[in-house]
Design a protein around this ligand. Structure first.
Ligand SMILES: Cc1cc2nc3c(=O)[nH]c(=O)nc-3n(C[C@H](O)[C@H](O)[C@H](O)COP(=O)(O)OP(=O)(O)OC[C@H]3O[C@@H](n4cnc5c(N)ncnc54)[C@H](O)[C@@H]3O)c2cc1C
Length: 499
C-alpha cells in the first residue's frame, strides 16, 4: 500500500501522535514516494468500518458444503453456486424473498448466513466458513476519531446492550466465546457496553487488521472532482477523492493529513452530534448531552442524594438509562418529556417485558409518578407532556405543562438525551444532497443517505459509499450487510482496474 506524499504545507508537525497504530501509519505511509491513490478510505472505525476492513483484508466467506440453511429458498439458491464466495455472487438474487427486522435485503442476507435461525430462538452456527485469501485484499485505510469500536467507546461501559450479546458480534468471532475466554458472562443473554467496546478493539487485533486503522484521525474535509490524471500519468476511471483532516496528538497539537483515494466509505454513524432543544440557556455549563456527564458529576460529588435533582429530558432508551443510573446512586431526578406516557410510539411499548424488565420499570415510573400524585418512587418525578422553555443561570428550569401553565424547578444538572444527528459537515454542503430527500435534514430514521441497496454506493456520487445508521441500518447485527455489499462492489471494481 502506498500513499501520495502530503502536499507542501500539509506535512504533519514533528510531535508524535499518541496511538501506536498512528505512529506506524505515519512511518509506513506518510513518507511514501508513490503518488498512486489509495483504493479505499473508510471514515469511521465502528462496527461498520471494522467489518468492512475485515472483508477488504482478504477474509472471504464461503458457504459450508455440508450444512443446510433452514430457509428453504435461500438454501436452494446457495446450492446453485457451490464453491463460489458469497462476495462474488449476485446479492440481489440471494437476498430476494428474505424478511426480517430490517429494510435492507443484503443486511437480512448476511445476518441470515451468520445467524441462520436466531429470530426463531435457535442457536444454529453460521453456515459460512472464512478463508483468508490475501491475494483478494484491497488496500484500504480506516480513519476514526477514537479507538476501533466507534460509538461503543462513548457509551457508558456498565450499560447493558439492548440487543442480545450474540447479535453484537462481527464475522467469525462469537461474542459468547470471546467472553468465555475472558471469563466474562452475558447478563440475561446481553452484554455490557464496556465488554462490547473491548471486543471490537480485540477483534481488530485478533484478525490482524490493526495496520489499516488510524485512531485519533479526524476527517474535516472530503472533496472530489471529475476523473483526472494522477501524478503518475495513469488515468483513473472514476473520480478521485481528497480526504483531509488532523491527527490528535498527546501534546494537543493537531498535525494535518491529506490522502487521495479512488473510493470513500462513510461509516461515521450518527452518535457524534447530539440533538439540541434550541431553547435559551442551553449553552449554560450545567447542560450536558451524554450520560457520562452524570457519572462524572456523581464521582465529583457535584450531584448527590442531598443535592437538587438532576433534570433528564427525553423519553428514549438513553434517557431511561440515565433514570436508572440516577436511581442506582439515589440521586433525585426530574424526568421531562413531551409525549404522553401512553403514547404507543414510545420505545418502551415496543420492547418485550420479559427481556427488558429494567426499561419497563422506567416506563412504569414514568406512568405512576406524575408530578401531581404522591410518589411511590422516592426521589423521582416524571413530567409527561412538559416542554422545557428556558434554563436560567441560577439553575432554574422553566417548563410549560399540557395546560399551558408554567412551572419552575431548581436543578443541579441537566441531561438532554433526545437523540442525535449524523454529522457530515466534512462533505460539500454537509452531505445534504446525498439524502433520500435532499430538501429535508439528513436523519438515520427518516431521511438516510440514498444508496443502491446492493452496492451501498451513493446514487448521487460514484465512488462514494455509506454504511450503518447513515443509511438506516441501525443495529450492529444489520450494519454488516452494508459492509458485505460495499466489499462485493469494490472487489468487482478492482477486478476491472487496468493492470
Ligand atoms: C446508547 C446506545 C446504545 C445502543 N445499543 C445498541 C444495541 O444494544 N444493539 C445494537 O445493535 N446497536 C445499538 N446501538 C447502535 C449502535 O451503536 C450502532 O448501530 C453502531 O455502533 C453503528 O456502527 P457504525 O460503525 O456504523 O458507527 P459508530 O459505531 O457510530 O462509529 C462511527 C465512528 O466514526 C467516528 N467519526 C464520525 N465522524 C468522524 C470524522 N469526521 N472523522 C473521524 N471519525 C469520525 C465516530 O466518532 C465514531 O467513533 C446503540 C447506540 C447507542 C448510542
Amino acid at each position: 500500500m502506498a500513499l501520495p506524499p502530503l502536499p507542501p504545507g500539509q506535512l504533519p508537525a514533528a510531535s508524535p501522535p499518541p496511538a501506536t497504530a498512528m505512529s506506524n501509519w505515519r512511518k509506513d505511509h506518510l513518507g511514501a514516494s508513490s503518488v498512486e491513490p489509495l483504493p479505499v478510505v473508510i471514515i469511521g472505525n465502528g462496527p461498520s468500518g471494522i467489518c468492512l476492513s475485515y472483508l477488504l483484508s482478504g477474509y472471504t466467506p464461503y458457504v459450508k458444503p455440508d450444512v443446510a440453511h433452514p430457509h428453504p429458498l435461500l438454501q436452494r439458491k446457495l446450492t446453485e453456486a457451490p464453491g463460489v464466495s458469497v462476495l462474488d455472487q449476485d446479492l440481489d438474487y440471494l437476498s430476494e424473498g428474505l424478511e426480517g427486522r430490517c429494510q435492507s435485503p443484503v443486511a437480512l442476507l448476511f445476518d441470515a448466513l451468520l445467524r441462520p435461525d436466531t429470530d426463531f430462538g435457535g442457536n444454529m452456527e453460521s453456515v459460512l466458513t472464512w478463508k483468508h485469501q490475501k491475494e483478494r485484499a484491497i488496500p484500504h485505510m480506516v480513519l476514526g476519531r477514537n479507538l476501533p469500536g466507534g460509538a461503543w467507546h462513548s457509551i457508558e461501559g456498565s450499560m447493558v446492550t439492548l440487543s442480545q450479546g450474540q447479535w453484537m458480534g462481527l464475522p467469525d468471532l462469537q461474542v459468547k466465546e470471546w467472553m468465555c475466554r475472558r471469563r466474562r458472562g452475558l447478563r440475561n443473554s446481553r452484554a455490557t457496553a464496556g465488554d462490547i467496546a473491548h471486543y471490537y478493539r480485540d477483534y481488530v487485533t485478533k484478525k490482524g487488521l490493526g495496520h489499516n486503522f488510524v485512531s485519533g484521525a479526524v476527517v474535516t474535509a472530503v472533496e472530489w472532482g471529475t476523473p483526472e490524471s494522477s501524478g503518475s500519468g495513469v488515468r483513473h476511471p472514476g473520480p478521485l477523492f481528497q480526504v483531509s483532516g488532523f491527527l490528535t496528538a498527546e501534546d494537543q497539537s493537531r498535525p494535518p493529513f491529506s490522502l487521495c483515494a479512488r473510493n470513500v466509505v462513510l461509516a461515521t454513524g450518527t452518535s457524534d452530534s447530539p440533538a439540541r432543544l434550541g431553547i435559551p440557556g442551553e449553552a449554560l455549563p450545567f447542560v450536558h448531552y451524554e450520560l457520562s456527564a452524570l457519572e462524572a458529576a456523581v464521582r465529583a460529588g457535584t450531584v448527590s442524594p442531598a443535592s437538587d435533582p438532576v433534570l433528564i429530558v427525553g423519553a428514549g432508551l438513553s434517557a431511561a438509562d440515565a433514570v436508572l443510573y440516577a436511581r442506582h446512586y439515589s440521586i433525585p431526578a426530574i424526568h421531562a418529556f413531551r409525549r404522553p406516557v401512553h403514547d404507543p410510539g414510545l420505545v418502551f411499548n415496543q420492547l418485550p417485558k420479559m427481556l427488558y424488565p429494567e426499561y419497563h420499570k422506567v416506563h412504569q415510573m414514568m406512568r405512576e409518578q406524575s408530578i401531581l400524585s404522591p410518589s411511590p418512587y422516592e426521589g423521582y418525578r416524571s413530567l409527561p407532556e412538559h416542554q422545557l422553555l428556558l434554563l436560567k443561570e441560577d439553575r432554574q428550569a422553566v417548563f410549560q405543562d399540557p395546560k399551558g401553565l408554567q412551572k419552575v424547578f431548581g436543578v443541579a444538572l441537566v441531561l438532554v438525551l433526545i437523540g442525535s444527528h449524523p454529522d457530515l459537515s466534512f462533505l460539500p454542503g454537509a452531505g445534504a444532497n446525498l439524502a433520500m430527500d435532499p430538501d429535508q435534514p439528513l436523519s438515520a430514521k427518516r431521511n438516510p443517505i440514498d444508496v443502491d441497496p446492493f452496492t451501498y454506493q451513493s446514487t448521487h456520487q460514484e465512488g462514494l459509499y455509506a454504511v450503518g445508521p447513515l443509511v438506516g441500518d441501525n443495529f450492529v447485527r444489520f450494519v454488516q450487510g452494508g459492509a458485505l455489499a460495499v466489499a462485493s462492489s469494490l472487489l468487482r471494481k478492482e477486478a476491472r482496474q487496468p493492470p
